[in-house]
Design a protein around this ligand. Structure first.
Ligand code: GLN
Length: 259
C-alpha cells in the first residue's frame, strides 16, 4: 500500500463486542499511524450498520454470551468479514471475537453456534471456574519476539485445528484452555487472542505488527513521550502479570496447607 494512502480501521459492532476497553485497540492503531505522519480513519460500525468490505483492518472485541451470539448471527448473515479477508484485510479479534471468527462456539446450554470459519478453531465450555486475571505470553507470531501482556476473562476453551498456529505460549494465566499453555491463533492476516487490555495499548509492538501487515515497514515514531509511555505501560503490565502469578502461587500453597 502506498505510504501516503489512508488506512481504514473498522471497529466491528462496539455496541455488542466492547468489553474491557477493547474499543481502545482502534484508537491505538490510528494514533500510531498519525504519530508517523500517515493518514488513518477509524470507523465504529454498530450492529445496525452494514460492515464495509474493503477496509484495511477489522477489530472485534470481547462480549457477554448473548451479545456474542447476536454478533455472530449478524456477521454470518452479512458475509462482510469473509469478503474483507479475501480482499486482503487484516482481522484482529479478542476473546468473544476470537470465538466468533472460529468454526463454532457454544451457548449457555452447550448448544453449538456456527462461527464465521475464518480460523480453524473450535470453542466449547472449559469447565471449572472462569479464567480470570492477568495473562502473559511469549509471542509465536512470525518475526515477532518478546512478551505480550493482557487481561483474560472467559469461560470458553478453544481447541486449535491444523490450519492455524497459536499466537503465543502462555507464561502466566490460562489462554486457550487449561492444558495446551498456548493462547490465540493466526493464519495469514487473521490474528486472534484472549487478551483484553486493551491489548494494543499494553503492547505497542503488537499494534505495529498488525499495521505492518497492511502498510509494510514504517518510519519510527518521533514523539518521545508516546514511545516512552508505551514502553512504561508494557513494562508495568508484564511486571504485574508476574506479581499476580506469585500471588496465585502463595494462595494455592496456603489453601493446600489448610488442607
Ligand atoms: N462469552 C465468552 C466466554 O465467556 C467471551 C467472554 C469475553 O469476551 N470476555 O468465553
Amino acid at each position: 500500500m502506498p505510504v501516503d494512502s489512508e488506512v481504514t480501521i473498522v471497529t466491528v459492532y462496539p455496541d455488542l463486542l466492547g468489553t474491557y476497553g477493547d474499543g481502545g485497540n482502534g484508537s491505538v492503531l490510528r494514533g500510531r499511524l498519525v504519530a508517523r505522519g500517515m493518514r488513518a480513519s477509524l470507523l465504529e460500525i454498530r450492529s445496525s450498520t452494514p460492515v464495509p468490505e474493503t477496509a484495511d483492518i477489522y477489530l472485534l472485541g470481547g462480549g457477554e454470551d448473548a451479545p456474542q451470539i447476536e454478533a455472530a448471527r449478524r456477521l454470518r448473515a452479512s458475509g462482510a468479514l469473509s469478503k474483507a479477508v479475501a480482499n486482503g484485510g487484516v482481522v484482529f479479534a479478542v476473546c468473544a471475537g476470537l470465538q466468533i471468527i472460529g468454526e463454532s462456539f457454544v451457548d449457555g446450554d452447550d448448544k453449538p453456534i456456527d462461527g464465521l470459519g475464518l480460523l480453524d478453531l473450535r470453542t466449547t465450555k472449559m469447565g471449572g471456574p472462569r479464567a480470570v486475571g492477568e495473562i502473559l505470553l511469549e509471542s509465536s507470531l512470525p518475526g515477532y519476539s518478546g512478551r505480550i501482556s493482557g487481561y483474560e476473562n472467559h469461560s470458553g476453551g478453544t481447541q486449535l485445528g491444523t490450519g492455524v498456529k497459536a499466537m503465543g505460549r502462555v507464561l502466566v494465566g490460562t489462554g486457550n484452555d487449561r492444558h495446551s499453555r498456548c493462547d490465540g491463533a493466526f493464519s495469514g492476516k487473521v490474528v486472534a487472542t484472549y487478551l483484553h487490555g486493551p491489548v494494543l495499548a499494553r503492547n505497542p509492538k503488537l499494534a505495529d505488527y498488525l499495521l505492518k501487515l497492511i502498510v509494510g515497514e514504517m518510519p519510527a515514531i518521533q514523539d518521545r513521550t508516546l514511545v516512552q509511555l508505551g514502553k512504561q505501560l508494557h513494562g508495568d503490565r508484564v511486571a504485574a502479570a508476574y506479581r499476580s502469578e506469585s500471588k496465585r502461587g502463595v494462595l494455592s500453597a496456603w489453601r493446600s496447607l489448610r488442607g
